[in-house]
Design a binder for this molecule. Structure first.
Ligand SMILES: [Mn+2]
Length: 394
């Protein structure tokens, strides 16, 4: 069994926003610790190791120490440059050519690691057209891993590549960088590793690295190995009759496993009835920092009474009550079931409800990966506007 550690978008030089001591360099050090402890057969880096050309200098001494530790353990490091570090990685490599292999300076390039071909192509400038254009057919069927920094299925100046273009090239696993949210594809086998340290609130969920194993038959990416010392999440909470935000957070933390990282919560607060106290800025308590970013007043209606009516408002009220059931599930076993049910209801009753088939519902029609909570929130907003509009009309 061969085991590579896969890393991307370390962005050394940056730190997690609002937490200056939680640096990308420290996250890199934690990856190195695990790579040595495993031990891995190599560390593969899919671009943006450095955040900028200037960022490498203050980090050089520490980074050199970490790379020397890997070298002492006979763990090679293979990297390509991304859009943030075409100059930085070259500069660094020129100064320390023994500490890492920089692949694909001018064309696709390969090295052999224990019988596995590692291919890579680097950014030369901060922008790149489709770097796959220079990818030639492979001469043999040796197991192959490719490293690339790319914007998958996007129109952008950062090496835009269609996922479809990665198929059929004889590559057993694509190790990709650029997008900071971890993502895994099975056909073709590919992964956005994501930034090992969550760097800002646009990077929710766990962050870390992945193992890529070769068992003489196929490559397999592991689940994400969490490394980030910070986690960002967004939550929608409902405060009824003045219930404090702190109580709502406590309930949410009991229901969700956010891991052990320092947690930054951005809260959308729905308010029903009496308004709770809402602090203006962020509140920090030990390893939790939270802030109410937005509020929404729930319709000032008696939902149970409205639900008795047979008109459009009554239907909207019944759907809203069903949504609330879904959060305390007696009638529905999961949000997915609820949404399927609601979609069927909406097909029947959209005209009656006079809800335009616009953006509010598009979010419900996504793939299974659709964020179901976002869908429920969008639906709630749509129904609340039906209820308040109905009241104004009468
Ligand atoms: Mn990038």
């Amino acid at each position: 069994m061969i085991r590579f550690a896969c890393l991307a978008d370390a962005h050394i030089g940056r730190h997690s926003s609002a937490a200056p001591e939680e640096t990308a360099l420290r996250a890199f050090a934690r990856v190195v610790d695990q790579v040595i402890a495993e031990p891995a057969d190599a560390l593969l880096i899919a671009g943006d190791l450095f955040d900028s050309r200037a960022a490498q200098y203050p980090a050089r001494r520490a980074l050199v120490d970490h790379l020397k530790r890997l070298k002492q353990h006979n763990i090679p490091v293979v990297a390509v440059a991304g859009n943030h570090d075409p100059e930085a990685l070259r500069d660094f490599h020129r100064s320390f050519p023994d500490l890492l292999h920089l692949l694909g300076d001018t064309a696709w390039e390969e090295i052999d690691l224990k019988g596995i071909r590692i291919l890579g192509r680097s950014f030369v400038k901060s922008r790149a057209a489709n770097l796959l254009d220079g990818f030639h057919a492979l001469p043999d069927s040796r197991p192959t891993v490719a490293l690339l920094h790319a914007d998958i299925d996007a129109a952008s100046p950062y090496n835009p590549v269609r996922l479809d273009e990665l198929r059929g090239r004889g590559v057993g696993a694509w190790v990709l960088g650029h997008v900071h949210l971890p993502r895994l594809w099975s056909d073709p086998p590919a992964a956005y590793i994501g930034s090992p340290q969550a760097l800002d609130p646009g990077e929710p969920g766990p962050h870390g690295f992945r193992w890529l194993t070769w068992d003489n038959t196929r490559f397999q990416f592991s689940d994400l190995i969490p490394v980030s010392s910070v986690r960002y999440e967004s939550l929608t909470l409902t405060s009824t009759d003045g219930q404090s935000v702190e109580d709502g957070i406590e309930e949410a933390l009991a229901q969700n496993d956010f891991g052990t990282a320092r947690l930054f919560l951005r809260i959308h607060l729905r308010i029903r009835g009496e308004r709770p106290h809402i602090p203006e800025g962020p509140v920090t308590e030990e390893t939790l920092t939270w802030q109410v970013m937005s509020t929404e007043d729930c319709p000032p209606v008696d939902l149970a009474a409205e639900a008795e009516q047979s008109d459009a408002r009554g239907q909207a009220a019944r759907l809203l009550l069903a949504l609330e059931d879904a959060e305390n599930p007696a009638a529905y076993t999961s949000a997915d079931t609820l949404i399927d049910q609601l979609l069927a209801d909406l097909e029947d009753r959209r005209d009656k409800l006079r809800i335009p088939p616009g953006e509010h519902f598009d979010v419900l029609r996504g793939t299974p990966e659709t964020d179901r909570l976002a869908a429920v929130r969008a639906l709630r907003t749509a129904l609340a506007s039906v209820l308040t509009a109905g009241r104004r009309a009468t």
